[in-house]
Design a protein around this ligand. Structure first.
Ligand SMILES: [Zn+2]
Length: 299
């Protein structure tokens, strides 16, 4: 009960922010974060927002113009998508269309230009370049890996993961890594096995096609509590702890319940993604997916 009230407050706060001042939102990105965003509009810091203002000049009656992340070139798509989805808020319409959700998953796929960016978005519209492998993978300590499995993450994410495990332990909880970095070929093998077993349509709901897996970025980890299977992590006390504290270590839960239509994947309470403390905190406060965050505030 207490939690749902808290969530409601968070949600209302996020909506109030959205409704109020879209451009101010994007221009208030921390500088360090803006600088890290290679090709995004936010990368040009505050001047980017000003430029966007003067070049956008949306029609005065465009109900989406005040939403964060508004893009003039998408105006017609916003209107069409809103007509098909009358229950969505204007902010959701803008964010979802920017993601590409008005087109089928795996359509209009773009190759990620800067896969080493810690804020890289690897989803069903953005594919890693052929043969991509992070150059700074490091092994997670075996103490923080389930069964002592050999797991890798990129250096910054690995250090943060060790701190996350230590932080959980200090509060009396156990968080262990189950699956970290996966190469293209390993993901290809996994995906093909799932397709052979369940058919492609079903496999696509829970397994990423090779080149599209966040695990290939070296920034994602599947976690468990060492007692239950990782797929049951959502039923653990550790999950409750994680929902409140992951962002303090720079991680977000990417595939939360209720976000299936946005990410294109079924709920995975066990899948966490490193984005750094600032961004993780912002995403946590906004109560949105990484996909919405990137499509609204970074691109
Ligand atoms: Zn995962």
């Amino acid at each position: 009960m207490k939690k749902s009230v808290f969530c409601l407050i968070l949600f209302s706060a996020a909506m109030a922010l959205f409704a109020g001042c879209g451009e101010q939102q994007s221009s208030s990105l921390p500088e360090s974060q803006s600088a890290a965003v290679g090709t995004s509009q936010a990368a040009s810091e505050t001047s980017g927002a000003e430029e966007q203002d003067s070049s956008s000049t949306p029609a005065v009656d465009d109900p989406f113009a005040a939403a964060a992340g508004y893009r003039t070139e998408n105006a017609a798509r916003y209107a069409d998508y809103a007509a098909e989805n009358p229950d969505l808020t204007t902010q959701q319409v803008v964010s979802y269309v920017n993601i590409g959700l008005d087109t089928p998953f795996y359509s209009g796929v773009e190759t990620i230009a800067d896969p080493d960016n810690l804020l890289v978005l690897c989803n069903k519209y953005h594919q890693l370049p052929n043969g991509y492998e992070p150059s700074d993978l490091v092994q997670i300590s075996s103490a923080n890996s389930n069964g002592g499995k050999t797991l890798y993450l990129r250096a910054e994410a690995a250090a943060a993961f060790e701190q996350l495990c230590a932080g959980a332990a200090a509060d009396g909880y156990t968080i262990l890594g189950q699956s970290g970095y996966r190469s293209y070929s390993y993901q290809e093998q996994l995906y093909n096995n799932y397709v052979a077993r369940d058919g492609q349509a079903t496999a696509d709901t829970y397994s990423a096609r090779p080149g599209f897996s966040e695990h290939q970025t070296g920034l994602a980890m599947d976690i468990c509590n060492g007692t239950l299977s990782y797929t049951e992590f959502g039923q653990t006390a550790e999950y409750e702890w994680a929902k409140e504290h992951l962002h303090e270590y720079g991680f977000v839960l990417h595939y939360l319940p209720g976000t299936e239509q946005i990410t294109g994947y079924m709920t995975e309470e066990w899948h966490i993604r490193y984005v750094g403390v600032e961004t993780a905190t912002r995403i946590h406060e906004l109560g949105i997916t990484l996909d919405e965050y990137c499509a609204t505030y970074l691109e």
